[in-house]
Write a protein of this length. Structure first.
Length: 293
């Protein structure tokens, strides 16, 4: 009996469906292995959706931390309860029409570490309840601003009222809220009309699988090794004795080629065997073990 699938699949999500539906399609093809996605895309959005399969589901958090690139379109001079065109859109009365120079200057003020107030219609929880459930019930939802990282904002096109931007950012960024805040800094409003994620780390849209033509054979051929999710971690190689010790959940002594007090990835026969965390005095203990035979 073949071993269950384990690895990472880069899928091109189409517009109009949830990220969960994409995972369900992959899960059906990958059975009995389980599957989960690393970073939700709203139904409106398209683009890179990374699906982790089998043991690689333990690596979802690592993929989510990777920098992301989006291409987004906004309509200026209007607001929406959902901050996109899928909500109730209200056009402002005689809003200012920003110039290209004004937009570019304002955009640069959002580059770096900033505080962002997430949208009321989001999956974040407030006292155990999803914010979007509270918002749909007519409750006043006020989410606290959170620090996010914006690496760059590039203007792709501007023909008022439409503004198109390329945004490179860290995890936890809400692109529709970034458009909201950028517009407010210019004395107007904005709603997101389109969103495409073109990259998560090394996962690029041009390499993504088409969901409509995805088969078991394509999935197996396109499945990438779990180690790609921890490519940013220092890596060391272990022998069979150390592997057995780790599989028992015990710590090992190991020198790391890079000075670090955080996580390291251990490889055995070219495959990810474990992710270790410091145990003190040059020892490392397993945080996640992966079956390597």
């Amino acid at each position: 009996m073949p071993a269950p699938l384990s690895g990472i699949l880069n899928v091109a999500k189409p517009s109009g469906i949830t990220s969960r539906r994409v995972v369900d399609r992959v899960q059906k093809l990958a059975r009995p292995a389980k599957a989960g996605h690393a970073g939700t895309l709203d139904p409106l959005a398209t683009g890179v959706l990374v699906v982790c399969i089998g043991q690689a589901t333990r690596l979802i958090d690592y993929v989510q931390r990777m920098p992301k690139t989006y291409e987004a379109a906004f309509l200026l001079g209007r607001t929406s309860d959902t901050e996109d065109v899928e909500g109730t859109v209200t056009e402002l009365t005689n809003p200012p029409v920003p110039t290209i120079d004004q937009i570019q200057a304002a955009a640069q003020s959002f580059v770096g570490t900033i505080k962002q107030r997430p949208p009321a219609y989001s999956a974040l929880k407030v006292q155990g309840r999803r914010a979007y459930d509270m918002a749909r019930a007519g409750e006043d939802v006020q989410l606290a601003p959170r620090p996010i990282e914006i690496y760059g904002i590039e203007m792709l096109g501007y023909d008022y009222p439409e503004l198109r931007l390329r945004i490179r950012c860290g995890s936890g960024t809400y692109v529709r809220s970034l458009g909201r805040d950028l517009a407010e800094s210019l004395g107007t409003g904005a709603v997101m009309s389109a969103l495409g994620r073109t990259a998560i780390g090394a996962f690029r849209l041009e390499d993504a699988c088409d969901l409509e033509t995805l088969t078991s054979e394509v999935l197996a051929a396109k499945l990438q090794p779990p180690s790609i999710a921890v490519a940013g971690l220092p890596t060391v190689v272990i022998d069979d004795r150390e592997l057995r010790t780790l599989n028992y959940g015990q710590a090992i002594e190991k020198s790391c080629p890079v000075e670090t007090d955080e996580l390291i990835a251990l490889m055995s026969d070219g495959r990810l065997a474990s992710i270790l965390e410091p145990a003190g005095e040059g020892r490392w203990k397993p945080k996640h073990n992966f079956a390597v035979t």
